[in-house]
Design a protein around this ligand. Structure first.
Ligand SMILES: Nc1nc2c(c(=O)[nH]1)N[C@H]1C(S)=C(S)[C@@H](COP(=O)(O)OP(=O)(O)OC[C@H]3O[C@@H](n4cnc5c(=O)[nH]c(N)nc54)[C@H](O)[C@@H]3O)O[C@H]1N2
Ligand SMILES: Nc1nc2c(c(=O)[nH]1)N[C@H]1C(S)=C(S)[C@@H](COP(=O)(O)OP(=O)(O)OC[C@H]3O[C@@H](n4cnc5c(=O)[nH]c(N)nc54)[C@H](O)[C@@H]3O)O[C@H]1N2
Ligand SMILES: [Mo]
Length: 758
């Protein structure tokens, strides 16, 4: 450890601290005891799929197949608190706009459909039929291409399928979703390299692997159930090599709260065997270094390269041409460290490459993923047991939404099939993704925003510009469980439509209904809600989509909205008809323990690329932000992170236990050498200022500096508090994922007083 740096945080992910956090969350949310017991059904065959992350659900689950954060997400949804008409009567929207995100969601579950009343600036209760009727009239009056249908990745396969059909029957492919801010870089990168848009590994591969490489994913906070697989791997003596600018607790040590022995013995399992503190944005360079070392050692799998790949010669040339100086400079890592990691890689026969937002949310987000694919391909580590590429998806059904047609790219939707199945002419024009939607709102070409879950206004870049443009929208419709900022920044006609969550019993004319979701490993699982609904007026997402569709679209006897809502197995039959390869016998197979897997050609070494081979892709350049960052001087590179106390824009609390941060989220983690160079001190309040090429001023005021062990030149700040600093134009080449992990900023001492808020 270098002198002058703070002590590393000795926190361990998991362990007794986790159990305490869970009971605190249940108490704070006033979850009734009967509902708390529901946790036993989480991620179990015949139970419900957790509403937190998308990590795989094993066929033989642990007695408690949930983690601290999954339990918190459950408590958050099963809360005893309610946000009904009385609450809205007591507060104008203008007043609520000054509230913190935490306070908004902490009002509890929405209970009643609400319509914004301009005269009183309040949301007033409205009945479902009048809500649907007015929204239908508004949508009919608008031009189809000016309406956007956003979805957040939590909605079930059934709801998502109905939603995409609604948009296409209405007349557009404007179906941006949360993955446009997340793993779209994966969905663009992998079809070009290995011919599938998703990862290739399953839980079985974790049992057979002999080495894991881990890039930019914070497992202890964001997919804690995966710690089971990592811990098992470590017990077998498998090396885990981690690339992350921060020393993340979950990647260092883990005590398994579901294994009493682990809790009683002080010796936690150490997770990473080598930890490389790459600079934010330095991964393409770091992986180039690994590949260069493999080439130099002559350790490629030549038979695999010859039989299965294309483009290796060009890639090898690029490896020879790149200098170690450049690799070291851009990655912030030393050649010796990278050679050591490469030696571990070469010593293994079966390697899994895992990654998250640290790779995807960059200008080179697509290239970063392709570089990982290049590394794995060099030694045949794709399409054999114990090896493969493993993007860790975010929301619990975000991968599944794409599978059933939520996409703005018409070529990815089975439009001819939909045409034949539903007797209509589907729109063929490319739709708007998240960034294009924002551009359309800014230039006035987008007039209406319909949202199936999520908190778009808070999740997107350029908060201040976007919030200013929002009121120009004619119509905003938010289908939600909890109050959030996207309800308060709204259009001229604005509705909040409260829905059931996945944990609740969904009673329809045909009895209690179940839904299905797809996990990160391409496995589909049934999910049955067990809690009493949070309110009598709530409707399910399928029922709300059907209500909107009936009120908006001309009658079409080929689309049986009412029958679907009465009995979701009929929606699944329709999905199976559209996608027989993936979903044949959907209703029979959905309760398979461990889920049923969709076909993943690359996992069998079938390459669905134009050349019929897996492709090596030569990187375009290693520098993270060629168009944005001036090296050195006073310019810092900000990467935005999630704390232990949040699920995306939902805040459970304001502390970040694993990183040892307390006293509010408006902080920047900064290296002591940068403090010194800038003449600032720990604890100082600063304004962070954007310095984007577009010249638009961007600022977040009153951030407290925390001296922290980040790579020099990089600072870390929380999402969404730092989103006003992310320029809308600063996004991944090709995938358009906002480059939230690499934003150029400068710091100024603040004029304002302290503000702990977020
Ligand atoms: N509890 C909880 N669970 C969640 C979520 C949540 O907010 N809370 N969100 C869900 C969603 S939608 C998603 S997408 C996932 C997100 O899960 P992750 O993919 O883990 O995303 P982040 O938390 O943004 O952090 C990414 C990690 O990358 C590191 N990092 C940052 N920049 C770089 C870089 O340039 N290179 C490398 N190698 N590392 C870097 C950060 O230090 C951090 O450890 O989690 C899902 N699960
Ligand atoms: N700077 C920066 N920005 C980022 C990121 C980052 O790392 N840095 N990460 C990006 C990523 S990876 C993502 S995925 C996006 C997240 O963007 P979103 O998915 O849009 O945001 P969430 O915060 O997950 O949405 C929370 C809201 O969803 C609603 N909700 C919860 N459950 C349900 C349900 O069952 N049904 C319905 N209808 N509504 C429900 C609640 O009202 C809650 O307030 O943010 C992105 N933005
Ligand atoms: Mo995400």
């Amino acid at each position: 450890m270098k002198p002058g740096l703070p002590e590393p945080h000795s926190h361990t992910a998991g362990g007794w601290g986790s159990l305490k956090e869970v009971s605190t969350a249940l108490l704070h949310q006033r979850v009734p005891l009967t509902d708390a017991k529901l946790l036993l059904h989480q991620n179990k065959p015949d139970g419900f799929a957790c509403v937190s992350c998308a990590w795989a659900k094993p066929a033989h689950p642990h007695p408690f197949e949930f983690c601290e954060n999954g339990a918190k997400a459950t408590a958050w949804e099963l809360t005893g608190k309610r946000c009904g008409p009385d609450f809205f009567a007591a507060h104008t929207v203008r007043e609520l706009l000054a509230w913190r995100d935490f306070a908004l969601e902490d009002q509890g579950r929405l209970t009643t459909p609400m319509r914004w009343d301009a005269a009183s600036d309040r949301y007033l209760p409205v009945d479902w039929d009048s809500a649907f009727a007015e929204i239908g009239r508004e949508l009919q009056a608008l031009e189809a291409k000016s309406v956007v249908f956003y979805s957040s990745g939590r909605a079930s396969l059934e709801a998502s399928y109905m939603y995409q059909l609604f948009a296409r029957l209405y007349g557009n492919n404007n179906l941006p979703d949360s993955s446009n801010m997340c793993h779209e870089s994966t969905s663009v990168a992998l079809p070009k390299t290995i011919g599938v848009p998703i990862g290739t590994v399953t839980l079985d591969d974790f049992e057979q692997t002999d080495c894991i490489f881990f890039f930019g994913q914070n497992v202890g906070t964001n997919s804690p159930r995966m710690l089971h697989q990592l811990q098992d791997a470590r017990k077998r003596g498998i090396p885990i090599v981690t690339f992350n600018p921060l020393h993340e607790a979950g990647l260092m040590n883990f005590a398994n709260p579901q294994s009493p022995m682990d809790m009683l013995t002080p010796a936690d399992t150490s997770i990473s065997t080598q930890y490389l503190r790459v600079r934010a944005g330095g991964d393409s360079a770091a992986i180039m270094g690994l590949c260069k070392a493999v080439l130099a050692a002559g350790a490629v799998d030549q038979a695999f390269l010859d039989e299965h790949t294309h483009g290796y010669a060009g890639f090898a040339q690029a490896l020879q041409a790149v200098s170690w100086d450049e690799i070291e400079h851009v990655s912030g890592l030393r050649r010796a460290e990278l050679e050591q990691a490469a030696a571990t890689y070469m010593a293994a026969e079966r390697v899994i490459g895992i990654y998250g937002m640290g790779l995807t949310q960059h200008r080179h987000g697509v290239q970063n993923v392709q570089m990982l694919s290049n590394l794995l391909l060099m030694r045949g580590n794709i399409g054999k047991p114990g090896a493969g590429i493993c993007p860790v998806r975010g929301h619990s059904n975000v991968q599944g939404q794409r599978t059933v047609g939520i996409t703005e790219k018409p070529e990815l939707a089975p439009l001819d099939k939909l045409k034949q199945q539903y007797q209509f002419e589907p729109p063929r024009e490319k739709g708007l993704n998240t960034v294009e939607t924002c551009e359309g709102i800014l230039d006035g070409s987008v007039r209406a925003f319909v949202s199936l879950g999520g908190n778009f206004v808070r999740a997107i870049p350029d908060t201040a510009r976007m919030e200013a443009a929002w009121p120009r929208l004619r119509l905003t419709v938010q289908v939600s469980t909890k109050l959030n900022r996207s309800h308060l920044v709204h259009g001229e006609v604005a509705y909040i439509l409260p829905c059931l969550g996945r944990l609740e019993i969904d009673r329809q004319a045909g009895g209690e209904q179940s839904v299905a979701v797809e996990d990160s490993t391409g496995c589909m699982h049934g999910s049955r809600g067990r809690a009493e609904p949070a309110g009598e007026l709530l409707r399910s997402e399928p029922a709300i989509i059907a209500g909107l569709a009936r009120a908006t679209l001309p009658p079409n006897r080929a689309v049986p909205w009412d029958d679907w809502v009465a009995d979701y197995s009929k929606i699944r039959d329709a999905i199976a008809e559209t996608y027989p390869d993936i979903f044949h016998d959907f209703n029979q197979r959905m309760w398979t323990p461990g889920g049923f897997r969709r076909p993943v050609a690359a996992a069998e070494r079938k390459w669905k690329t134009p050349s019929g081979k897996a492709e090596f892709i030569v990187p375009k350049g290693l520098e993270a932000d060629p168009d944005q960052l001036k090296e050195g001087g006073t310019v810092l590179r900000l990467f935005t992170i999630r704390s232990d106390g949040q699920f995306n824009t939902t805040l459970y609390n304001e502390d970040d236990r694993f990183r040892g941060i307390s006293g509010g989220r408006k902080v920047l983690l900064i290296h002591p050498a940068d403090l010194h160079q800038l003449g600032l001190e720990a604890g100082a309040l600063v304004d962070a200022c954007g310095i984007a090429a577009d010249g638009i001023p961007r600022r977040v005021s009153g951030l407290r500096l925390v001296s922290y062990d980040v790579p020099a030149g990089c600072v870390a700040g929380y999402y969404p508090e730092c989103n006003p600093l992310v320029p809308l134009s600063h996004h991944a080449i090709d995938s358009m994922v906002p480059a939230a992990k690499s934003v150029a900023i400068t710091l100024e001492r603040s004029a304002v007083g302290p503000d702990k808020g977020g």
